[in-house]
Design a protein around this ligand. Structure first.
Ligand SMILES: [Zn+2]
Length: 274
């Protein structure tokens, strides 16, 4: 049984500041270890329920935050930048389930520690089929494309709530309650890991009932930018339609192609985002 894990970093218990999750930050070494242990808790919980193979796709910043030899159960490690499928690189139909570990809230939603949607300097809001979506909801498009269920998400309370419309049956493990974008009330890391281990275990045990993400096709991503120049630039990409000064939309019956178009929008607009 194969599990695909997309690991971010902002959703780890205890993390509330960019300096804690940037390699240049003085506290990064400590907080990356907390992230590693949450990823391992997910792996161990799944392994105890029968999972045998793990691929961890490092999805945070330069995407090389984990130390390969620290990963449990001899998990494979997909790391590094410029991945065509970005936070979902490596997923294919041979996997049985997807985990999102240490995810965070969307730019547009309620206060969530270190919230953003791919690029905080460019993107103000993303809607998927009209529903406000964070990275987890957007990334679920790729899982849908491969018909693999997303069965676990870990992070703060807001992140869990935002993901619910897209994968209502997924186990949501809340390891902290956000107070603001830069403050949260976190569980002790040991308790967070226990809950993640249990959540992963339950998710894998219940795999027989799991379904691919509940996203109707063709699907539409509506992206609102922080200024009109960014919206204009996005329309240089084929299939991206201007809706108003700040907003574009993309519609596709192929969810993986839709996700790729969105990633292209993210990468292109990064060039002029302040
Ligand atoms: Zn991140």
């Amino acid at each position: 049984m194969k599990i695909f894990i997309s690991s971010d970093m902002e959703g780890t218990a205890g993390i509330v500041d960019w300096e804690q999750c940037r390699p240049t930050g003085s506290q990064y070494g400590y907080y990356r270890e907390l992230l590693e242990q949450e990823v391992n808790a997910a792996i161990e919980g799944a392994a105890a329920a029968g999972a045998t193979e793990f691929l961890v796709n490092d999805s945070h910043a330069a995407m090389s935050n984990l130390r390969p030899d620290r990963l449990a159960r001899r998990a494979r490690y997909l790391s590094g930048r410029h991945k065509p499928l970005y936070m979902m690189q490596g997923l294919d139909p041979s996997f049985d389930a997807v985990f999102f570990v240490s995810y965070h809230g969307s730019m547009s939603g309620a206060a969530s520690a270190l919230s953003h949607t791919y690029n905080p300097r460019a993107i103000a809001e993303v809607r998927l089929n009209g529903i406000a979506a964070g990275e987890a909801g957007i990334n679920a498009l790729v899982a849908l494309g491969h018909r693999v269920p997303v069965v676990l998400i870990t992070g703060d309370d807001v992140t869990a709530g935002q993901f619910e419309p897209f994968c209502p049956a997924a186990e949501a493990v809340v390891v902290k309650t956000s107070v603001s974008r830069f403050a949260a009330d976190s569980l002790h890391p040991e308790q967070a890991r226990e809950l993640i281990r249990d959540g992963a275990n339950t998710a894998v045990r219940n795999l027989g009932d799991a379904a691919p993400p509940a996203i109707a096709l063709p699907a539409t991503l509506t992206v609102r930018f922080r200024n009109a120049d960014l919206a204009e630039m996005a329309t240089w990409i084929a299939g991206v339609i201007r809706a108003d000064d700040l907003t574009v939309h993309i519609t596709d019956d192929d969810p993986v192609r839709l996700y790729r178009a969105f990633v292209t929008v993210v990468l292109l607009t990064r060039g002029i985002a302040e």
